[in-house]
Design a protein around this ligand. Structure first.
Ligand SMILES: [Zn+2]
Length: 334
């Protein structure tokens, strides 16, 4: 085989290998295995219709006094989970802020497909993070979130769970960017160390600044470790403030090929994810305008659309799902 063809064949097989990992759990290869034993129960959960909330009263009260904070582990999560709720709050005269905990600087798949590089290159990953932050600003501006209410903390992609455990006090080293502290000048606190303590302090500062009445955060049942850590962070912070009642929870990495079907099917609701079994989510019904704007915001994520468009577009459905409980009640009753 000619050398050039050999290189492209290796490149293609690496892309295929990484795509397999991505499809198994979008960067979380352990997810499929973890769900295997519970597949029957998961199928049952996936066919159980959630409560509908046309008036949004059982989701949360939304009016001019609502101040919403969306906790987004990576650029794009806030749009996938919550674009409808964000628009509803703004239309009601309320305020919306978004905090991104990472800037999406740990994606080998993006490195390969967007940056066309087989090797981890710290400079390119920091460049990719800058692009993803710009996309996040564009997407949330489309939804109506003012630039002054868009907060980037700049913590390490794929590192948040370690920050909340092993690296709570000792700085974490990102193998992607080489950073041990927040490397982005546009972050809220550039230079803050990559420790759990520091992440909690920065997140607290956002809560002090925003004073939310409603917080939409990932459920710790989400399949992505950064999402689970983000949920734990939000729950701990709200708990310290005795404000747990303000939290509502969503899932983006729901297991077993969810959302199913993949791709753009704007006329069907989002079914409950297998990983959300027992969370009893409320279906928040989007208006046609809210759904159209959500699609525009998803499309603003050009780097992500290059890598996994059918996954992203599968969140543009007639509903978004939110649960009042972060984890199933059955777990705490056992
Ligand atoms: Zn994410």
């Amino acid at each position: 085989m000619p050398r050039a063809h050999l290189h492209s064949a290796i490149f293609a097989s690496l892309v295929a290998m990484l795509l397999t990992v991505a499809v198994a759990g979008v960067g979380n290869a352990g997810e499929a295995a973890a769900n295997g034993a519970a597949s029957k129960a998961a199928r049952t959960a996936a066919t159980t219709a959630p409560k509908r909330s046309d008036s949004s009263t059982d989701f949360a009260r939304i009016d001019a006094t609502t101040t919403l904070l969306v906790v987004s582990p990576h650029p794009d999560d806030e749009t996938l989970c919550c674009a409808g709720a964000i628009q509803r709050v703004l239309k009601a005269g309320g305020r919306v802020s978004v905090v991104w905990l990472t800037s999406g600087d740990g994606s080998e798949l993006s490195m390969l497909i967007v940056e066309k590089s087989l090797f981890i290159n710290s400079d390119k990953l920091r460049d990719l993070a800058a692009r993803r932050m710009a996309e996040a600003r564009a997407a949330t501006s489309l939804l109506g979130v003012p630039a002054a209410q868009q907060f980037f903390l700049g913590y390490p992609d794929r590192g948040l769970l370690l920050l909340m455990t092993d690296n709570y006090a000792t700085p974490y080293h990102s193998r992607f960017t080489g950073a041990t502290s927040v490397p982005y000048a546009t972050a809220l606190f550039p230079g803050d160390p990559y420790t759990g303590q520091s992440l909690e302090r920065d997140f607290d500062a956002v809560l002090d600044r925003v004073h939310p009445t409603l917080v939409l955060a990932p459920s710790p049942e989400d399949g992505h470790p950064d999402h689970r850590a983000s949920g734990i962070l939000a729950i701990r912070a709200l708990s310290h403030r005795n404000e747990l009642a303000k939290g509502r929870y969503w899932i983006v990495h729901g297991g077993e090929g969810w959302p199913s079907p993949r791709g753009y099917y704007p006329d069907i609701p989002l079914n409950p994810p297998p990983r959300g079994k027992g969370l009893d989510p409320t279906a928040f019904v989007l208006t046609d305008d809210e759904q159209t704007r959500k699609l525009q915001a998803v499309r603003a994520y050009k780097t992500q659309m290059e890598v996994m468009s059918s996954f992203l577009l599968a969140f543009v459905r007639t509903t978004e799902l939110y649960s009042a409980l972060p984890v199933p009640a059955a777990v705490s009753k056992k």
